[in-house]
Ligand binder design. Structure first.
Ligand code: FPP
Length: 249
């Protein structure tokens, strides 16, 4: 992977690069309010930043990028805002999916999509099917996703396995648990970026980020761009990752 350092010289960094980056895209509403616009225009601008992040990840050969688009708690927003976000999802997905496919990007949605309108569910199914065999970048969109929901869906599947006699409770360990958690087939999340100046995880990936590095920025999501992504990677590269041991990896 080649990224530019602060002095804009290109540098080659072979090892230690993040393979999987996850982003909490926060600050759309505040961005719009600051500009005297409706919140939905913040989400529209946020879509443009998401596109920048996706192509940055693709061009820099990340294995996976995971974007927190709609949490299980976001249903608590006004009906008007929720339905305009849903409309934006359908419109953007239908418009962009062929570009993603051309770029060899595999799209998958993580979260409980059963609560979405049939039109959105159909759009998601079509898009996932179309890009299923792509190997360029896996783009995970977390939609109606919650880290606690994810852990509970694992617990339910394990309970079913036990009930059917395929598994003994004593056999349950991290490896077995991991087989059911979302994105288990992908590289572990190395880096979590959160925009919008809040310093919390907000029920995003809980199990998956046990040893992820965290990067927070005050920049509001619609103002996010490639150089902020690059800076986050530079900060990540300077971190000493120990994964609980006393030696540095
Ligand atoms: C966070 O800002 C944004 C959301 C919860 C909504 C949806 C996200 C997008 C439209 C970005 C791109 C999405 C995809 C599918 C790639 P906020 O509304 O919580 O901002 P605030 O904290 O300023 O109110």
């Amino acid at each position: 992977m080649q990224i530019k350092n602060k002095k804009k010289h290109k540098i080659n960094i072979i090892s230690s690069l993040p393979k999987h980056v996850a982003i909490i895209m926060d600050g759309n509403g505040r961005w719009a309010t600051k500009k005297g616009k409706l919140r939905i225009s913040g989400h529209q601008a946020g879509m443009k930043s998401a596109k920048k992040a996706i192509y940055f990840a693709k061009n820099h050969h990340l294995d996976a990028l995971t974007l927190y688009a709609f949490s299980s708690e976001n249903w608590n927003r006004s009906n008007k805002e929720v339905s305009s976000i849903m409309d934006l999802f359908i419109k953007t997905l239908d418009k962009e999916i062929h570009n993603l496919h051309k770029k060899n990007i595999k799209l998958q949605i993580i979260g409980d999509t059963s609560r979405f309108k049939i039109k959105l569910q159909n759009s998601i199914n079509r898009s996932e099917k179309l890009t299923y065999n792509n190997r360029g970048l896996t783009l995970n969109i977390a939609a109606n996703y919650g880290g606690r929901w994810d852990i509970i869906q694992v617990a339910k599947q394990l309970a079913n396995q036990v009930k059917q006699g395929f598994l003994h409770p004593d056999q349950i360990n991290e490896d077995i648990f991991c087989q059911y958690i979302c994105m288990n087939e992908l590289a572990p999340v190395d880096l979590v970026i959160r925009t919008g100046g809040e310093y919390r995880i907000s029920n995003f990936l809980l199990w998956q980020i046990a040893y992820s590095e965290l990067f927070f920025t005050d920049v509001l999501w619609p103002d996010f761009n490639e150089s902020i992504f690059e800076n986050a990677i530079h900060v990540f590269l300077k971190r000493k990752r120990k994964f609980g041991s006393s030696t540095i990896s």
